[in-house]
Design a protein around this ligand. Structure first.
Ligand SMILES: [Zn+2]
Length: 353
């Protein structure tokens, strides 16, 4: 049995779901029936022998990793394996990765590490070389469309969302079912048509950052409130009697911890939303380029073919490539912590030419 596995695949390819199914199979008496108590617990993230790690913030630190390594080394509660499912393992800091490496080099006999990351290269070679690699690919548009249709979404809408999401099924589902999300995406895709003058470019930049901010705020609120509510319930808010006062004092500390974690997650969601907006924009210009070159590929923005053709007619393929490069540069700048509005303004100015 290999003690360390690395699941890779682009965002939305379902790498953590695949890892979870694998964990269920390892613990199930029938190799992952999907129906027994053990399988259902793993699926719900409630199995005592599966440690789920999901970094909330931009990075995962060494202290957290050392705690995790200790917990991972304990014997399984119910038998076969103790499994650590580590999502976004690429967010480990260098020190954290070193702590992780030690655990993987000398694994406890009953511990299995399942690491998830977008690409194998995202992890240090030392860790990668000790893992067995499971590579997932993005599902095709037709497959995503089919899943959405099965969920009751009308065919045309399902296909447009699947194309727009470029293989990311969660994103496709959201675009097909959440009008606000679809509207914000449309807002982002207005940028190419807006940039004409200096003032237009700056206004477009502000609009883009705002749309991404709204997207992140919606996602943040959806996650935050249920967590606060669960914590309040756990600490017995609303009940009376002996011990409640003590519990509530403990609750205040836990609430502060939760708020810190939520804050760092909000930062990450904001960055992710802006990055996705930029990828949507890059997808638009990729479509423009495909039209300019007469390539017969699926267009992510098929429904906007008029705008695509208009853009394709106004400049040459060289210009379009430069625009895509400017978007990629902007993503790198954001990754390096440049102020979002500044980086995006640079971009929209570059798009103006
Ligand atoms: Zn089972």
């Amino acid at each position: 049995m290999t003690h360390a596995w690395l699941f890779t695949g682009p965002p939305g390819s379902g790498r953590s779901l695949a890892a979870r199914a694998f964990a269920a199979a390892l613990l199930c008496d029938r190799q992952g029936c999907g129906e027994c108590v053990s399988c259902r617990q793993v699926k719900a993230g409630a199995h005592a022998d599966v440690l789920l790690v999901r970094p909330d913030g931009l990075s995962y630190g060494v202290r957290q990793t050392r705690d995790l390594v200790l917990k991972a080394a304990a014997s399984p509660v119910y038998g076969r394996w103790r499994i650590v499912l580590f999502e976004d393992a690429d967010r480990c800091t260098e020190q954290a990765a070193n702590a992780l490496l030690k655990a993987i080099e000398e694994p406890s006999p009953r511990t299995v590490w399942l690491l998830c990351a977008p690409y194998a290269d995202d992890l240090p070679t030392t860790i990668r070389s000790r893992c067995r690699l499971v590579t997932l690919v993005s599902p095709r548009t037709s497959a995503v469309t089919e899943v959405l249709e099965r969920e009751g979404i009308p065919a045309e809408r399902a296909r447009a969302a699947a194309l727009a999401a470029q293989g990311h099924i969660g994103r496709a589902r959201r675009l097909a079912t959440d009008e606000e999300a679809a509207r914000r995406r449309a807002e982002v895709l207005r940028v190419p048509g807006l940039v004409g003058s200096l003032g237009d470019a700056l206004r477009a930049a502000a609009g883009l950052v705002k749309a991404a901010g709204a997207e992140a705020a919606a996602a943040t609120e959806e996650l935050d409130e249920p967590e606060r509510e669960a914590l309040r319930r756990a600490f017995g808010e609303g009940s009376t009697g002996k011990g409640v006062a003590t519990a509530l004092r403990g609750g205040a500390g836990a609430l502060r911890d939760l708020e810190d974690r939520q804050k760092s997650r909000a930062t990450r969601l904001k960055r992710d939303a802006l990055d996705r907006a930029l990828l949507d924009l890059a997808g638009f210009y990729r479509d423009v380029l495909a039209i300019q070159l007469g390539a017969s590929v699926e267009l992510a923005n098929e429904v906007r073919s008029d705008e695509l053709r208009e853009q394709a007619a106004t400049a040459g393929p060289g210009d379009t490539v430069r625009k895509v490069e400017a978007i990629m540069r902007c993503r790198q700048r954001l990754e390096a912590n440049v102020a979002p509005l500044l980086a995006v303004e640079e971009l929209t100015l570059a798009l103006t030419g």
